[in-house]
Design a protein around this ligand. Structure first.
Ligand code: KMH
Ligand code: ZN
Length: 284
């Protein structure tokens, strides 16, 4: 294991929707394609370089419907420059087959969670054979995986996966620490530093803190050479008693912090180069 190098810019990922919040409870949550594209444009203008996408059906419920995913990727690719990452985590109710079929939508990137984790009262299932199958599919389809790490054991499993199955498509490893999920690692600086120390040499990483861990994780990540993920998938409160206005507000705050830290937001082109994303723009 080796410490990761310190980047000069900051990748800001926005995770605008997630699968856990209800539109009825959170009116600002983007759930339609129009809302998602509008959010994506605003977040790109505010400094985001990558969008982590969960979609909803006509009733605003989480779905992994492939045609909807295809349409979503097409619209985002046409109307933004963002790197498009589809969630293969979906919701805790989604089955493995549906999660694998997400790659049919030909995203630039997809999430790949490196282990099962208690998820509040639920369990987010990611057994080893599923991880391997999904990873092999990303290699075969030339999709860049982003390894989602909810716990220290997940970091170890990422190393095991790379040892067993070789490098990801493009050859670069990028991980995301998801911290503060009830059941996973806390959003403390100590946990973040321990996780980063176990990442494979040369890996880049972002971090996100769920709920009240949002700001502690953002500043710990900047201070430790990491990139940032923000968005309404992870946090709905901007400050004590103040609901998040929209995703762009969270991206703008992250961009301000990164700029103040002398590591301004990376352009979408810089993000594509760093992650070694296959250029699918211009494909029909
Ligand atoms: N919604 C969670 C159960 C991912 O996008 O890959 C899983 C999740 C991780 O959000
Ligand atoms: Zn997600």
């Amino acid at each position: 294991m080796a410490a990761t190098t310190r980047p000069s810019g900051t990748l800001i990922t926005v995770a605008p929707t997630g699968a856990e919040s209800a539109k009825a409870d959170v009116p600002a949550l983007p759930v339609t394609l129009d809302e998602l594209v509008g959010t994506a444009k605003a977040c790109e203008a505010a400094g985001a370089g990558l969008i982590h996408v969960h979609i909803r059906d006509a009733d605003a419920q989480p779905t992994l419907d492939v045609q909807r995913l295809v349409d979503t990727v097409a619209a985002l690719r046409e109307q933004t420059h963002l790197v498009i990452q589809l969630s293969t985590g979906g919701s805790v109710a989604d089955g493995y087959d549906a999660r694998l079929r997400v790659l049919d939508a030909e995203p630039d990137s997809c999430s790949l969670t490196c282990g099962t984790v208690n998820f509040g009262d639920d369990v987010f299932m990611n057994p080893w054979p599923f991880m391997v199958e999904l990873y092999q599919e990303t290699q075969r389809r030339e999709v860049v995986p982003e390894f989602e790490l909810f716990d220290l054991g997940h970091v170890w499993s990422l190393n095991r996966l790379l040892d067993a199955e070789g490098a990801p498509y493009g050859g670069h490893v990028h991980a995301d620490l998801v911290m503060g999920v009830p059941g996973g690692m806390p959003g403390t600086t100590e946990a973040l530093v321990a996780a980063v120390a176990m990442l494979p040499p040369g890996a880049t990483w972002s971090a996100t803190g769920v709920g009240r861990w949002s700001l502690p994780v953002m500043y710990a990540a900047l201070g430790s050479g990491g990139h940032l993920r923000v968005g309404m998938e992870d946090v709905l409160t901007y400050a004590r008693g103040v609901p998040v206005r929209d995703n762009a507000q969270l991206v703008a705050r992250a961009a301000d912090a990164a700029t103040l830290y002398q590591r301004p937001p990376m352009s979408t082109d810089e993000v594509r180069v760093m992650l070694k994303v296959k250029d699918r723009r211009g494909a029909a």
